[in-house]
Design a protein. Sequence first.
Length: 179
Amino acid sequence: MTESVRPARIGILTISDRASSGVYGDESGPAIRSTLEEILTSPWEAVACIVPDGLESVRDAPVDLVDQGGCDLVLTTGGTGPAPRDLTPEGTEAACERMMPGFGELLRRRSLEQVPTAILSRQTAGIRGKALIVNCPGKPSSIRVSLMAVFPAIPYCIDLIGAARLETDRTVVQAFRPT
């Protein structure tokens, strides 16, 4: 008998005052989705939402995506810089039970290979229940670079916390799982 695989639920959370109010269209959320479509071979479904910048909205959205939406992974985009309303790291930390600082370290290191202003980024990651929450950059062209950097560790991380299994296209991203 073949065991059925539960599709992973992946939250794609765009954090932007202007995109949430309709001043311009969201390009970052679709960039995350496009990169996931390239990387993943296992079944998954996206749960996308857009919220304004600010501590409460950024804290509450991942909590809802995980607790009510059943997401195994939440990828945020936007709000990680030094501007006064860029509170994504603070909101992420408030939503998480444990922080995973290595993700932010790698994201900054990889971004610094592209632009010197990457040092201004405050991206982080953490765990809420059986879900991993990772802050991605807000610039659509930087999202793929960032996800390619951290995705080798994401499937094993969510295995360890009990989330749905993710498989990657090994020609795109080689997920690392110790034997």
